[in-house]
Structure formats: structure tokens, C-alpha cells
Design a binder for this molecule. Structure first.
Ligand SMILES: Nc1nc2c(c(=O)[nH]1)N[C@H]1C(S)=C(S)[C@@H](COP(=O)(O)O)O[C@H]1N2
Ligand SMILES: [Mo]
Length: 386
């Protein structure tokens, strides 16, 4: 026997009302909107070529951006679950045949919802797994998450445009209004509509608080789901250890030299020679794309001072290369405005001690307002791009 396919009229809960769906939808739309904008900013910050220079100020800008991105994305998960629950009986609605205009509108509406649900769910699931540092896929997270963001936001725009008259009507009315409800959605349950909405807001709030401790130190203790405890050598968590990056003691031992190159000029520095140069201390955060961040007190040589030592002019772009033998993050580009910013350091120390090998000993890059993924560790060479 075939299992019966339900019809919309088989769903009777009075909670499944446009009056509820629109209210959850407003917050879901706000979260998606913030996620989209902060996502575009983060994507641009990681571009090698930046026609408009990504600013180096405020130093904490990327930290805030990424914290917001992950917090709103996390809040969107319970909101989306409740939203889908309130509207899913509509999946079983028939298709109006006959009137061409109506078919077109309904077809467009359904297609946009299918795309929106698929792309939105994909974004939240991949984002969540990414923030948990679990990459069970082979595609490039960054480019896929970026492409799908445009699709999701486009479908959201179509969805809102089509629904605007109903949205406006139910939001202006009372949440218990039944004007737009399906005729069968009359059954009261244990929870009132206001109760369901309150529960939803609490769930979204708990989801944020449970993860935001990765960025907000005061919340660390309550962030049971925060992947990064905030702990690590010298007070900063570690994303990739030296061992995982296949950095050996031999590579960073007495034979270590930092190469600084510009055209035909090449100089190399031992760590002691770098320590003998003027040392600067800057308080700058590591702000991982995955949402966690932590502030550190870094001491080392200004990148600008090093370039002056080999006579590279202001406005030069620098390629930073790691000793790490392979991996996506072993080479990064430091744009000219970052190179010339006084706070951009070749860090040799963290919190007043020699850098831990897991934080990039013998030296690493640290620059203000820069995605953590570009703060290259275990530097082998700085090469001025000519
Ligand atoms: N060479 C190299 N540098 C790297 C990485 C890496 O994998 N290899 N990871 C980056 C990432 S994703 C982050 S968030 C920061 C983290 O720095 P930390 O481990 O000192 O906290 O280092 C960055 N520098
Ligand atoms: Mo990162």
C-alpha cells in the first residue's frame, strides 16, 4: 500500500499561520541580510587583488565582522527550523492549472522558495560545520559559500517581493489574527502563538550565546558549543599546529634564515638579527574566518622597517611565504596599505615571550584588520612584488 500523501487540510495546528511565519521571517531576513553583507566583506578581505584597498583600520573590524557573521548565521538556524515548520503544509498544495498568469506567479513563487530553502539550508549547514572546523567535503568552502550566498539572497528578494502584500497585512495585524490562515488551521495546542514566538527568540538567543564565547571573552564560560575555548599557548587558540603543518624543529633551528627579497636584492636574517632591529609592540587580534578571535600583544619588527632595509619603496605589495611545505595558507599577499601600516609586524614574540612554535616561531605575520587565515605563520620569505 502506498503511504498516503497528506493534503494541506490535514494540517490543523493554529500555530501554522502567516501571522507567525512572517514574524519569524522578519528576523530570519535580518539574520540573512547581516550574514550576506558580512560575508561579502569577509570574501573581499581575502581577495588577493583589491581594486579598492581593504582598510587596515579599525584593527578590530574584521573581528567584529566575522563575529557578527557567525552569530547571525547561528541564530538563523532555529529561526529557519521554526519558519519551515510553520509553512511546510504548503508543500502539499496542488498546482493551479488553467490561468496562465496565476500559473506563472505560483510557479515563480514555488521555484524561488525551493531555491531559497535549498540554498539557505546549504549555507547554514556548511557554515556551521566550518565554524566547527569540520570540512567533510572536497569543494572549496569559500567560493561555494560565496556563490550560494548570491543565490540565496536573490531568491529571498523574489520571495519577499511576492509575499509583500501578505507580510505587510499580517505584521500590521495581531499575531492571533486568522485572516490569512488556511481554513483547517484552527486547532489550539499547548503553546499559544505568542508562546511559540517567545520560545523561538529564546532558542535563537541561546544558540548565539552558546557559540559567541569564541569571540566575546565574557561569554567564554557559558559557550558550551564554542569550538574554541579561548585557551592555547600564550592565551591564544591554535588553528593549525606546527606538527599538523609539518614544521619540524630542524626547519626552525639554528640554520633558520628569513629571506627578504625585492627584485635582484636579497637579504637574509637570523632570528637574532631580527631581534636586534627596533622592536615594536602592538595589541592586535587574531580573527579567524571560522568566528573565533582573540587579542594578543605582539612584539617584533615592522614590516615597513624590513622593506626599508632592502630599499623597497612605499606602496609595494609583498608576498609572504611560509616554511610549511604544502597547504592552502602557506602563501599570502600583503597589500601595499597593509605593508605600509605602522602596526603591521613580523612578530617574534607574543605576550612578552618568544612565539610558541604553534603560533608561528621563528616569526609570523600580524596585521590590523586582517582575516586570521592571512596571518601567515612560520615565515620563510617576504618577497616584494615588482
Ligand atoms: N603557514 C600557515 N599560517 C597560518 C595558518 C596555516 O594553516 N598555515 N592558519 C591561519 C589561520 S586559519 C588562522 S585563524 C591563524 C591562527 O593563528 P594561531 O594559530 O596563532 O592562533 O593562523 C593563520 N596562519
Ligand atoms: Mo582561521
Amino acid at each position: 500500500m502506498k503511504p498516503p500523501i497528506p493534503k494541506p487540510e490535514h494540517f490543523t495546528s493554529a500555530l501554522r499561520s502567516p501571522a507567525v511565519a512572517a514574524r519569524v521571517g522578519v528576523w530570519l531576513g535580518i539574520c540573512f541580510g547581516i550574514c550576506f553583507i558580512t560575508g561579502l566583506i569577509s570574501h573581499y578581505a581575502q581577495e588577493v587583488s583589491q581594486p579598492i584597498a581593504f582598510p587596515t583600520t579599525p584593527a578590530w573590524g574584521y573581528r567584529l565582522n566575522q563575529g557578527l557573521h557567525v552569530a547571525t548565521g547561528t541564530a538563523a538556524i532555529p529561526l529557519l527550523v521554526v519558519k519551515l515548520w510553520t509553512v511546510y503544509p504548503r508543500l502539499f498544495e496542488g498546482f493551479p492549472l488553467g490561468n496562465a498568469r496565476k500559473m506563472l506567479v505560483v510557479g515563480l513563487e514555488r521555484a524561488s522558495i525551493a531555491v531559497l530553502v535549498a540554498a539557505g539550508t546549504f549555507q547554514l549547514v556548511t557554515g556551521l560545520l566550518n565554524s566547527a572546523q569540520w570540512y567533510p567535503w572536497t569543494f572549496s568552502f569559500r567560493s561555494t559559500h560565496y556563490a550560494l550566498a548570491w543565490i540565496a539572497i536573490g531568491a529571498l528578494g523574489v520571495h519577499i517581493a511576492i509575499k509583500l502584500p501578505i507580510i505587510r497585512d499580517v505584521l500590521l495585524g495581531d499575531v492571533d489574527d486568522v485572516k490569512h490562515d488556511r481554513p483547517s488551521a484552527t486547532q489550539e495546542g499547548a503553546l499559544s502563538r505568542r508562546g511559540l514566538l517567545r520560545t523561538t527568540w529564546v532558542a535563537a538567543g541561546v544558540a548565539v550565546v552558546a557559540t559567541a564565547g569564541a569571540t566575546v571573552p565574557l561569554l567564554r564560560k557559558v559557550s558550551v558549543l564554542g569550538v574554541r575555548s579561548g585557551e592555547g599557548p600564550q592565551g591564544i587558540p591554535i588553528n593549525k599546529s606546527a606538527q599538523a603543518a609539518r614544521i619540524t624543529d630542524g626547519m626552525v633551528g639554528a640554520g633558520y634564515r628569513l629571506k627578504v627579497m625585492a627584485g635582484d636584492v636579497e637579504m637574509s636574517f637570523t632570528r637574532d638579527e631580527l631581534l636586534a632591529m627596533p622592536q615594536r609592540t602592538e595589541t592586535l587580534p587574531i580573527a579567524c574566518v571560522e568566528g573565533w578571535s582573540a587579542s594578543g600583544e605582539w612584539t617584533g619588527v615592522r614590516i615597513r622597517d624590513l622593506l626599508d632595509a632592502i630599499g623597497a619603496p612605499a606602496g609595494s605589495e609583498v608576498v609572504a611565504r611560509s616554511l610549511q611545505p604544502s597547504g592552502l595558507f602557506r602563501v599570502t599577499t600583503l597589500q601595499a596599505n597593509f605593508v605600509d601600516d605602522d602596526r603591521t609586524l613580523l612578530a617574534l614574540q607574543l605576550a612578552g615571550q618568544d612565539l610558541d612554535i604553534d603560533h608561528g616561531f621563528p616569526c609570523r605575520l600580524i596585521a590590523p584588520n586582517r582575516p586570521g587565515v592571512l596571518q601567515t605563520k612560520w615565515l620563510e620569505a617576504l618577497e616584494v612584488r615588482t
